[in-house]
Write a protein that binds this ligand. Structure first.
Ligand code: EPU
Length: 351
C-alpha cells in the first residue's frame, strides 16, 4: 500500500454520530472528483477483495463492528449557481458540504424550498440516498440532478430525478445501486418566490399556539429549528442517528382493524389505499420511550430515536432495536424496518 492518502486501521468512532466504536481496514479522505478517481484507480490496482464504502457526515449509519473495507470520506466542497430563469435558481453543491449550512446559505440568499428541511444532520451527498424529508417536504421535490462516480470504473455519471427512483426514505442508491456509486455533487432547483408549506401537524400546532401564521419561509425555518430542537437530540450532545426506524406503511384493512383497538393511533393516508403509521407513537405506546438498556436507550422525548452513551457497541444498539421490533410485532402485527444503513463488521469490543 503506498498511496499516501490511504491510511490503514483508521478509527471511525468520531466519524459516526452514534459514536459507535469501529475501525476501518483502510481510510481515505478526498476533496475533489479527481482525487476520488485517483484513489479508486489505485485501489483497483491493488487487486484486493475488500470493497469500498463512502462516508459522509456519518449521521445515518450503524457501525456494528470493524469495517473490512476502504472507507472513503467525501469532503468535496463548493456551491455554485449553474442556471437561472425567472422562477428558479439551480444550485450545484459539493457532496461534502454540511446540509444545515446549505439550508442557512439558501435562507440568507432568499433561495426558497429547503426551509422545512432545516437542522437535518449530515452532508449533502447523503441527502438523496435516503431522500431526506421532514415537516411535509422531501428532498426529491427540489432535486434536479446529481453526479456520482462509479466505484468499479471510476467514471463520473449524471443521474436525473427519474433515474434516482426516489421513495419514502428510499432511492436507487439504497436498492439496486447500493455500494456501486459515490455521490460527488447534488444540484437543487430552488424557488425565487416563496411557496409556504406548513400543513404538517407539528408546524400547524406551533403557529396556532402563537396565534400567528408564517409570512415568509424564514418563519417556517425558525419554526422547524425550534420544533426539532425541542424534540430531537443534538448528536453533538447525545449520540444518535435521527429516526432509527422508518414509519411503517400498512394496508387500509390492517389499519381499520388496529384503529378499532387503538382509536388514538397516529396514521397518515397514502396513495394507493395504504396507510403510514407513526412508528414513534407505536414505540412510545408500547412503553419504550425513555428506557435505557445498558449503554443504549430510547430517547425520552422522541421514541423513534435510539441513543448511545458512548460506552457501548453497535451490537448493543442492534440488540435493543431487535427487542423493540419483536415487541411491536407482537403487539400490533406491524414490522418495523431500520432506517439507517447497518454495516455488520468484524466483532469489536467497547473501550
Ligand atoms: N409520537 C409519539 N411519541 C413519540 C414520537 C412520536 O406519540 O415518542 C407521535 C407524535 O405525537 C406525532 C407522530 O407520532 O403524532 C409523529 O411524530 P413526529 O411528527 O415527531 O414525526 P415522526 O413520524 O416521528 C418523521 C421523520 C423525522 C422527521 C419528522 C418530521 C421518519 C422515519 N421520521 O418522524 O425524520 O423529522 O417526521 O417531519 O420518517 C429522520 O429521518 O431522522 C427524522 C428525524
Amino acid at each position: 500500500m503506498s498511496l499516501s492518502s490511504v491510511i490503514p486501521h483508521a478509527d471511525l468512532t468520531t466519524m459516526n454520530t452514534l459514536a459507535l466504536p469501529s475501525q476501518a481496514a483502510y481510510f481515505a479522505s478526498v476533496d475533489s472528483v479527481a482525487q476520488l478517481q485517483e484513489t479508486l484507480k489505485w485501489w483497483k490496482s491493488q487487486r484486493t477483495s475488500l470493497p469500498v464504502m463512502a462516508l459522509g457526515g456519518g449521521s445515518n449509519l450503524v457501525l456494528a463492528g470493524d469495517i473490512q473495507r476502504l472507507v472513503i470520506k467525501v469532503d468535496i466542497q463548493g456551491r455554485e449557481e449553474v442556471q437561472e430563469d425567472d422562477q428558479f435558481v439551480w444550485l450545484r453543491i459539493g457532496a461534502g458540504e454540511n446540509w444545515h449550512d446549505l439550508v442557512r446559505h439558501c435562507m440568507d440568499f432568499h433561495l426558497w424550498g429547503l426551509e422545512n428541511l432545516a437542522l437535518i444532520p449530515g452532508n449533502v451527498g447523503a441527502a438523496p440516498i435516503q431522500n431526506i424529508g421532514a415537516y411535509g417536504v422531501e428532498l426529491c421535490e427540489l432535486f434536479a440532478e446529481l453526479t456520482a462516480v462509479e466505484i468499479s470504473s471510476g467514471v463520473s455519471v449524471t443521474f436525473d430525478r427519474d433515474a434516482c427512483h426516489f421513495g419514502y426514505r428510499d432511492s436507487v442508491f439504497k436498492q439496486r445501486l447500493r455500494d456501486r456509486y459515490i455521490i460527488t455533487s447534488v444540484t437543487l432547483k430552488l424557488r425565487k418566490e416563496a411557496d409556504l408549506c406548513w400543513h404538517y401537524p407539528a408546524l400547524q400546532q406551533y403557529f396556532a399556539e402563537r396565534e400567528t401564521e408564517p409570512e415568509t419561509p424564514l418563519d417556517i425555518f425558525a419554526a422547524v429549528c425550534e420544533v426539532r430542537r425541542s424534540k430531537l437530540p443534538n448528536p453533538a450532545e447525545i449520540a444518535n442517528a435521527g429516526s432509527f426506524f422508518k414509519n411503517p406503511v400498512i394496508s387500509d384493512a390492517q389499519y381499520q382493524q388496529l384503529q378499532q383497538r387503538y382509536p388514538d393511533m397516529v396514521a397518515y393516508p397514502q396513495a394507493g389505499g395504504k396507510v403510514k403509521l407513526a412508528a414513534g407513537w407505536l414505540i412510545d405506546q408500547a412503553g419504550w420511550r425513555g428506557r435505557q438498556q445498558g449503554a443504549v436507550g430510547v430517547h425520552e422525548r422522541q421514541a423513534l430515536v435510539l441513543t448511545h452513551d458512548g460506552c457501548g457497541t453497535g451490537a448493543d444498539l442492534l440488540a435493543l432495536a431487535d427487542d423493540i421490533k419483536s415487541d411491536i410485532y407482537e403487539r400490533y402485527g406491524v414490522e418495523l424496518e431500520i432506517e439507517p444503513r447497518v454495516y455488520l463488521g468484524r466483532p469489536n469490543a467497547a473501550e
